[in-house]
Design a protein around this ligand. Structure first.
Ligand SMILES: C[S@@+](CC[C@H](N)C(=O)[O-])C[C@H]1O[C@@H](n2cnc3c(N)ncnc32)[C@H](O)[C@@H]1O
Length: 397
């Protein structure tokens, strides 16, 4: 797709084709047949192909972007890299609370964050080096009626003029040259060194990084927020200057609910003891943020193993940061013994959860050779003092 096709998609003819393409795909028409039907109504074959692609991308975008997906224009890479709406909204609220005059959305992509920032009432400058991506970002804020206070620039963020911006958000591309995801900040574009440069120029800077971003690289005075959505860790954000919460180094935020936990230097390392009556599995954001001790302290619990993020209690207590299981049995992990026990109890199938275990859950399910009918048993595979153990547990609502 080029910039001209983006413009043609927004003409009356382009909109009509896109609406038809979406209708055909929703009705289950396959791509070949849909192409033939659209070509019967338009001689602009390039536009027909673009409309069909957009219809497919809109359908793929729906789970993450809701009704906005039906209005926005996408590229596949732009969609893959765009911040999902619930996460972008959460981030934009922090900027809105600061009340900046103008916020630079650097590496704005097709506009996942841009839309949320504009919707939070902020004046925004969006910059992306790729002209087609920048054209899509412009189209998207305009189509959503958010364009009044938004400027989009196709430019390199390391060179563009940021005069007048008193807050910035940087979402570097985390792909290598072949388009594969990279988890190494050294492979980000623009180069990671730009972060320090930007934060020196605009102290109110937030930077998105991969969830596995090494804590050792978080500069002093910067708050690292790990964000999960529906239990899946999505990103780390490094909050600089006035965007950081004073005294907070690490934070875990669980969306869509928004429960947020921060580090507490007064919390000691949790005790380590054998399993209790309850097992608590911290959300991935809590684990990645290094806040398991904080959760254990809040639950008045202990760990099964000092290096494994399972918290135990004997009292029935819950936390917004954990999933809770009633512990029914704890045994050393031995396939034959486990199989015999499950069969004796009439178990039909298992759900396998694991931490610090090398066992492949699907392989274990196969090797247990359970009948498939009868109750399902949840198993937790882990390690205690280097020994593999299995816990038979009952998930609690
Ligand atoms: C992860 S995506 C941004 C996604 C965006 N936050 C969203 O929610 O849609 C990164 C973007 O950075 C852009 N990019 C990479 N290097 C850049 C640079 N030096 N200047 C401007 N944009 C750049 C890429 O074109 C890509 O669109």
């Amino acid at each position: 797709m080029d910039v001209d096709v983006v413009a043609r998609l927004r003409t009356a003819a382009g909109r009509r084709l896109l609406a038809q393409a979406s209708g055909l795909l929703a009705a289950g028409t396959d791509t070949l047949a849909a192409t033939a039907r659209l070509r019967a109504t338009s001689t602009d074959h390039e536009l027909v192909a673009a409309a069909l692609t957009q219809a497919q991308l809109r359908a793929a975008a729906r789970p993450r972007f809701g009704p906005d997906a039906e209005v926005m224009l996408w590229t596949r890479a732009g969609l893959e890299q765009a911040t999902r709406a619930v996460v972008a909204r959460h981030r934009a609220a922090r900027y809105a609370a600061l009340g900046p005059h103008r916020t630079a959305d650097l590496c704005c992509g097709v506009g996942g964050d841009l839309v949320a920032l504009a919707r939070a009432g902020l004046a925004v400058l969006g910059v992306d080096v790729d002209p087609v991506t920048a054209a899509l970002a412009r189209a998207n804020v305009e189509e959503l009626g958010l364009g009044a206070d938004v400027e989009i620039r196709a430019d390199d963020v390391t060179r563009t003029d940021l005069t007048g911006c008193d807050a910035a958000f940087l979402d570097p591309a985390r792909r290598d040259r072949a388009g594969r995801r990279t988890f190494d900040p050294a492979g980000y574009a623009p180069a990671w060194s730009f972060v320090a440069e930007l934060a020196a120029r605009i102290p109110a800077t937030g930077v998105k990084a991969a969830p596995g971003f090494p804590h050792a690289l978080v500069p002093a005075g910067v708050e690292a927020e790990l964000v999960s959505d529906a239990g899946e860790v999505k990103e780390a954000v490094l909050w600089h200057g006035p965007l950081a919460t004073p005294g907070v180094h690490r934070r875990a935020t669980l969306l869509p609910g928004g429960a947020s936990l921060v580090d507490d230097p007064a919390v000691a390392a949790p005790a380590v003891r054998p399993a209790g009556r309850w097992l608590h599995e911290p959300d991935g954001a809590v684990v990645r943020a290094g806040l398991v001790a904080e959760v254990a302290a809040a639950l008045d619990g202990w760990l099964l193993d000092p290096r494994v993020a399972y918290v135990c209690t004997d009292h029935d207590v819950g936390s917004p940061f954990t999933r809770r299981y009633a512990v029914e049995d704890v045994l050393p992990f031995q396939l034959k013994r486990l199989r015999a026990l499950l069969r004796e109890r009439g178990v039909g199938d298992v759900v396998v959860k694991k931490r610090a275990s090398a066992v492949d859950p699907e392989d274990l399910r196969r090797r247990l050779r359970l009948p498939g009918h009868g109750p399902t048993q949840t198993l937790v595979l882990t390690r205690v003092a280097e020994r593999p153990v299995v816990l038979l547990v009952r998930p609690q609502p």
